[in-house]
Design a protein around this ligand. Structure first.
Ligand SMILES: [Zn+2]
Length: 109
């Protein structure tokens, strides 16, 4: 008697449909997974959650075009430019301080 056919008939596990956050929104760099739920995403620019339940990707595009998002994006670009400026100045100040420190050490020696 051949009973192997029954074993071989076991259906292969189907991969789950890819509805993960990464697959959907990873190309929008300003988005993060929302704590509110899968129907929401978190905008890193606006620091807010918004729903994508109705339009999905279209909701994201609408949000990206919104005046609020654009305004905050510009503000953030400006802030980044400012912080880069501040960091450079701080580095220069550090260099001066350490140079002075070396000089003092030499004098003590
Ligand atoms: Zn936004």
């Amino acid at each position: 008697m051949d009973t192997r056919t029954e074993k071989e008939d076991t259906p292969a596990k189907k991969p789950k449909p890819s509805c993960k956050y990464r697959d959907k929104w990873d190309k929008f760099i300003f988005l993060k997974k929302s704590r509110v739920g899968d129907s929401h995403v978190f905008c890193k620019i606006c620091i807010c959650d918004f729903s994508t339940a109705h339009g999905g990707r279209n909701d994201v595009c609408q949000h990206e075009k919104s005046a609020k998002h654009k305004r905050r994006l510009e503000a953030q670009k400006h802030a980044q430019a400012m912080s880069a400026f501040v960091t450079r100045n701080a580095t220069e100040a550090d260099q001066v301080t350490s140079a002075e420190g070396v000089k003092q050490e030499n004098e003590v020696d």
